[in-house]
Design a protein around this ligand. Structure first.
Ligand code: FAD
Ligand code: NAI
Length: 475
């Protein structure tokens, strides 16, 4: 007889493992199945985020930023360091350790919350009495039944047609995190989040990086004032970014890759690089799930079709995270995981898609929540804007990092905050205040009236809120 669970979660990325923990907290019996293997074939829960995404990329961004600081910025603090050298093996090894700590942390959380973990692939086999039958194959083999099933199988990197990833020369995010020697010339296709973050890592470590982007606008989804500032700064740092290009047929040779393209002016160009990162977006992953065995509906792009509550077309089957519509972000996946577990547990889980923050972990960082100025203009909503440069912030001066600004967009009549856009130091941390205010439907004046500690970067948020009412104190 198959073991029955109240909830079976397929996938232990941020969507899946968080759904499993929340369901267990609500007193439900929970199993979580995940196929990811570490280098030794053992379990490595945490999904893309932990293994080849958020966590390792941020570890490399931190290490490479230290290297950049010691080489280029310590001297202005009066710290003279001679004989700096890069131990890339150690740098990559540290990143692998950070990943392992996170894998182990999730295994511990499964134990702590009495979640049955299966290391293997989960596939639907049909509908039975009491729920949905699922076969587990891999390190663990089992036939189990879930009264409810949460699909959290994530996404994988999109390939360019005719150019499969070999992770040696043509790299997905996975290979981009594991280059064994700093390439002399690195090409990046796609100036999106991965292209800019990974391009920054390898540029700081010494590679000559060229980023080719098809869209005419740089960071088209980002507030264009921020995008323009970012373009200026990244270009000055040495990232060669070309927008509005059209790729020709890429040829991977034994030692180099040739990327022919037409530039924005219509001129034929040729880029020859040692390695090429292809970061042109990600596609939902449902391979091995046997969706067809139960009639699970996918859309034409392969996403599992869900309603606003993450319900699929099948009763008691839910789906969350990258495998469904919406931004492909770890915290969005987590929010959906919690909400679904709460709905299964009889509560009223809720995700507010209007207040999901975005962060690009370049230097300076970029973060935003809510609507951009171009979106507000397009929708015809009357708004007021206020911004404050980090140049006028005492803490930023003390840090030696005065690039960028905070910009707040508020409704012209009610002063409700509609969007906050930051480029500058610790933008990833500063955005949390904006999310909180927007979640409470607060006004710019609310931020302006809150006491912010001095000297902090967060005072720039207060000053930008004051600027909405044209009364900054320090600028
Ligand atoms: P995933 O994390 O992809 O997890 C899915 C899991 O399901 C995997 O472990 C997979 O092996 C498993 N699985 C799939 N099919 C089966 C099956 N049939 N049986 C068993 N297991 C299965 N987001 C951020 O918010 N911040 C960041 O800084 C950030 N950085 C990123 C950097 C990079 C380089 C990349 C690639 C992504 C980054 N992301 C970031 C995006 C983030 O990683 C994803 O949005 C997030 O991982 C999605 O979570 P998920 O649970 O939906 O899926
Ligand atoms: P992306 O969607 O951010 O950017 C892809 C870029 O490639 C776009 O600008 C697109 O116009 C361009 N492009 C597409 N086809 C092209 C072509 N043929 N030639 C040239 N350019 C082309 O996707 P990316 O960077 O692959 O990242 C995938 C997702 O992973 C992100 O959208 C995000 O959801 C998530 N992620 C989040 C991070 C974060 O939160 N800090 C970090 C990294 C990834």
């Amino acid at each position: 007889m198959s073991t029955q669970f109240d909830v079976v979660v397929i996938g232990a990325g941020p969507g899946g493992y968080i759904a499993a923990i929340r369901a267990a907290q609500l007193g439900l019996s929970v199993a979580c199945i995940d196929a990811w293997q570490n280098g030794k074939g053992g379990p490595a829960p945490g999904g893309t985020c932990t293994n080849v995404g958020c966590i390792p990329s941020k570890a490399l961004l931190q290490s490479s930023e230290h290297y950049d600081q010691v080489n280029h910025h310590f001297a202005e603090h009066g710290i003279e360091v001679k004989g700096v050298s890069l131990n890339l093996e150690q740098l990559l090894g540290r990143k692998n350790n950070v990943v392992k700590q996170n894998n182990d942390g999730i295994l511990y959380l499964f134990k702590k919350n009495k979640i049955t973990f299966f290391h293997g692939k989960g596939a639907f086999t049909g509908k039975v009495d009491g729920g949905w039958a699922i076969n587990v194959s891999g390190t663990a083999t089992a036939d189990i039944v879930g009264k409810h099933v949460v699909i959290a199988t994530g996404s994988s990197a999109r390939e360019l047609p005719g150019l499969p990833f070999d992770e040696q020369q043509v790299l997905s995010n996975d290979g981009a995190l594991n280059i064994a020697a700093v390439p002399k010339k690195l090409g990046v296709i796609g100036a999106g989040v991965i292209g800019l973050e990974m391009g920054s890592v390898w540029r700081r470590l010494g590679a000559e990086v060229t980023v080719l982007e098809a869209m005419p606008e740089f960071l088209a989804a980002v507030d264009q004032q921020v995008a323009k500032e970012a373009f200026k700064i990244f270009t000055k740092q040495g990232l060669a970014i070309q927008t509005g290009i059209k790729l020709g047929e890429i040829k991977a040779g034994a030692k180099s890759i040739t990327v022919p393209y037409t530039d924005a002016a219509g001129t034929e160009q040729k880029l020859v690089v040692d390695k090429l990162i292809v970061s042109i977006g990600r596609v939902p992953y449902t391979g091995g799930l046997q969706a067809e065995a139960v009639g699970l509906q996918l859309d034409e792009r392969g996403f599992v079709v869900v309603d606003g509550d993450c319900k699929t077309n099948l009763p008691n089957i839910w789906a969350v995270g990258d495998v469904v519509r919406g931004p492909m972000l770890a915290h969005k996946a987590e929010e959906e995981g919690v909400a679904v577990a709460e709905r299964i547990g009889g509560q009223h889980g809720h995700v507010n898609f209007n207040t999901i923050p975005w962060v690009i972990y370049t230097s300076p960082e970029i973060s935003w929540v809510g609507q951009t100025e171009q979106q507000l203009k397009a929708s015809g909503r009357a708004y007021k804007a206020g911004s404050f440069p980090f140049l006028a912030n005492g803490r930023a001066r003390a840090l030696g990092d005065t690039t960028g600004f905070v910009k707040i967009l508020a409704d012209a009549a009610t002063d409700e905050v509609l969007g906050v856009h930051i480029i500058g130091p610790m933008a990833s941390e500063l955005i949390a205040e904006a999310v909180t205010i927007m979640e409470f439907k607060g006004a710019a004046e609310d931020i302006a009236r809150i006491c912010h500690a001095h000297p902090t970067l967060s005072e720039s948020m207060k000053e930008a809120a004051l600027a909405v009412d044209k009364r900054t104190l320090n600028f």
